[in-house]
Design a protein around this ligand. Structure first.
Ligand SMILES: [Zn+2]
Length: 52
């Protein structure tokens, strides 16, 4: 997982939460379906390091 802003983050931002901090590296995007390539916003949950 990557550098910069992933398609998943943008997908979540556009579909779910326009307040999501796209460019904040301390906020992670987790895939509940286990597919790192998935960009279905229904499968994405934002989380912080502490929640890991
Ligand atoms: Zn998925």
């Amino acid at each position: 997982m990557g550098r910069g802003t992933s398609a998943a983050r943008v997908s979540y931002y556009l579909s779910k939460d326009r307040g999501f901090p796209l460019f904040d590296p301390s906020v992670y995007m987790r895939h509940i379906c286990g597919n790192g390539m998935c960009i279905n916003p229904d499968h994405l949950i934002p989380g912080t390091k502490d929640e890991n």
